[in-house]
Design a protein around this ligand. Sequence first.
Ligand code: SF4
Length: 231
Amino acid sequence: MERYSIIHEKNPREIVLLRGSGCIYRKCTFCDYHLDCCTDPAANFALNREVLSHVTGQFGQLEVINSGSVFELDNETMDLIRHLCRERGIRTVHFESHYLYRERIAALRESFRPVELKMKLGLETFDRHLREDVLHKGIPVSEPAEISQNFDEANLLVGVTGQTASSVREDIELGLQHFERLCVNVMCPNTTAVEPDRDVINAFLREVYPLYRDDSRVDILINNTDFGVGD
Ligand code: SF4
């Protein structure tokens, strides 16, 4: 599995896929990537240290993902990321977190200063019915301003039955109002029972993708390995 890559387009940055203790939530119906985990912190640190050794700091920006939330990474890995940021001139570090950890984000931000921390929320959609009754995301609020509190960036998902080109466009527009950056992920087949809806995806590619393809605030992953990490 690729765990280090460079994103050259839009907000150039290095990206690493690290391994943590595992997503404590695990209820999202469309997700199987939480399987990349290990309960042994020493084994995780050994793997993460090797992956992080590739980071050069060349863009001053590092994105760290871990098939779950940043709070599931071991302490030694977190200390090493802090050290690397300072040593290699990384000014901004990006992490991901589930909504349930929102109260812990401010302290994590403080612990990284003067490095700026950007936290990405796995939101998927602002449509509460789709998000909670179908995808089981575990974000029990509806107001975009409340959802985005504590977070700087968000993941959106495209390809769920029930979405339309216009509902996805509404999600992106709302997302751009409430977050600094978005990552739009086109759903790929996986081991869960939730199948990507080809009609929704085709409508998105035809009608919505061209509108945001060149928007520097919107990353669009047609395949889930487009950032160069994962398998
Ligand atoms: S999408 Fe994220 S929060 Fe949901 S089960 Fe997967 S890893 Fe956990």
